[in-house]
Design a protein around this ligand. Structure first.
Ligand SMILES: Cc1ncc(COP(=O)(O)O)c(C=O)c1O
Length: 425
């Protein structure tokens, strides 16, 4: 392979290497994968490139190499990296009011964002709890379910990823290695059932019913499309069945739309495809246009379970509803409403067809996964990086290559990426 024109150096380049050396000394070693191939050695070279700047669908590293981002940096940059409107909103807010006082003195931006979230989410999801990460939005939702039902149990599904904070980790199932060292510190309140395919929906719903009949489960949490688990769509009858059972047995249905939300699947929310309104929807990732902000958005009768604040909120944090994050989120929602959700649908359909000519494809909109068969996901990721493309493998065996590009990426870039993929496969 000749070096693609967008790459100035073999990877990682000398400047990236220098940062990686510092990283090895000064950052917890568990965070970033490192492993350089030595001469004659086989295996995957995992030493990272170090990012310097990004715009729209492009990322540049500190060595001047340009990469096309086919993963939206963990599905965050749907509206594109450093989106002009989002950056302008963040800058303005940063210069005027970068921080307010969480649960004591809110900013107007925080309330405006809660209102906009009520407008864009389906049904009567009207009241938000703003948080800072996906995991913390899940934890706010799980606490909401306790407050609304008085029942401590949580029902989640195998292969689910809900984040790694202790509360969220109890519901997460994807990757035994995430949970195993901490099992004895994880609350025993969570039960996992299989995430069904089309064939075993009835069987799994029967198991859900058996669990709910025990009367101790207050929350049922699910991803409409499992993301890190390998882009696995929930069958429509399963989602509809969960809705009926939660209503019947008085459990709070929590849809984890942290990955799928804000246009990713070609609709504002994946629940829109299913025609199902959960009791609480968790969102994060793409909400802040790059700022870490998330929310648990609930139906008022569920949120009532918290009762009114008695002067000190029993669930809050220093940076709750940070004004910069709220301003950037409001600008992000405006950008999405300006046609980007529709674009995710049309570009997603086109990409689905193209990928389908290369193998088995899963997902919808611009949340797609290609089954790799015998090709290793890590090898494919590195081979794409060496051709100037950022992709991530997913699934329990890392045997699915995820394609979750920014919605603004021109089709010409996608065509070039597919040509690179053909070389890699
Ligand atoms: C569906 C889903 N839920 C929750 C999370 C956790 O979000 P965070 O990493 O922001 O805590 C993720 C992250 O990938 C996710 O994909």
């Amino acid at each position: 392979m000749t070096q693609p024109p967008s790459l100035q150096t073999p990877l990682p380049g000398p400047r990236s290497r220098a940062v990686v050396d510092d990283m090895a000394r000064y950052e917890c070693p568990a965070i970033t994968a490192r492993r350089s191939r030595r001469a004659g050695e086989t295996g995957v070279d995992q030493d990272p490139i170090i990012w310097e700047r990004a715009k729209a669908g492009n990322v540049w590293d500190v060595d001047g190499n340009r990469f096309v981002d086919l993963c939206s940096a963990f599905a965050v940059m749907g509206v594109g990296h450093a989106n002009d409107a989002v950056v302008a909103a963040g800058r303005e807010q940063l210069g005027r009011l970068p921080h307010a006082m969480g649960d004591v003195y809110p900013s107007a931006e925080r309330v405006a964002l809660c209102r906009r979230l009520a407008e864009v989410t389906p049904g009567d999801l009207q009241q938000s709890f703003l948080c800072q990460s996906g995991a913390s939005a899940i934890e706010a939702a799980l606490k909401t379910a306790v407050m609304a039902t008085g029942k401590p149990g949580v029902l989640a599904f195998e292969n689910a990823y809900h984040g790694l904070g202790y509360g969220a980790l109890a519901a997460t199932h994807y990757r035994d290695s995430f949970r195993r060292p901490f099992l004895e510190q994880l609350n025993p309140h969570a039960v996992h059932l299989p995430f069904p395919g089309l064939e075993d929906v009835d069987e799994v719903l029967t198991s859900v019913e058996i669990q709910l009949r025990r009367g101790t489960i207050g929350a049922v949490v699910f991803e409409p499309i499992q993301g890190r688990g390998g882009i696995v769509e929930a069958p429509p009858a399963f989602v509809a069945g969960l809705r009926v059972l939660c209503t019947q047995f008085g459990a709070v249905l929590i849809a984890d739309e942290i990955f799928t939300g804000f246009g990713r699947t070609g609709a504002w929310f994946a629940c829109d495809h299913y025609g199902v309104v959960p009791d609480v929807m968790c969102v994060g990732k793409a909400l802040g246009g790059g700022f870490p902000i998330s929310a648990a958005i609930g139906r008022p009768e569920i949120m009532q379970g918290w009762g009114a604040s008695q002067g000190e909120s029993i669930h809050t944090s220093t940076f709750l509803g940070n004004p910069i994050g709220c301003a950037m989120a409001l600008a992000t929602l405006d950008e999405l409403a300006g046609g980007l959700v529709d674009r995710a649908a049309t570009e997603g359909q086109w990409l689905h067809t193209e990928l389908g000519q290369r193998g088995v494809v899963r997902g919808r909109g611009l949340m797609l996964g290609l089954e790799l068969g015998s090709v290793s996901g890590l090898v494919a990721m590195r081979a794409m990086l060496e051709r100037g493309y950022l992709v991530l493998p997913c699934g329990p065996e890392a045997d699915v290559l995820g394609f979750t590009p920014p919605f603004v990426l021109p089709r010409a870039r996608l065509r070039e990426a597919l040509a690179a993929l053909d070389e890699v496969l």
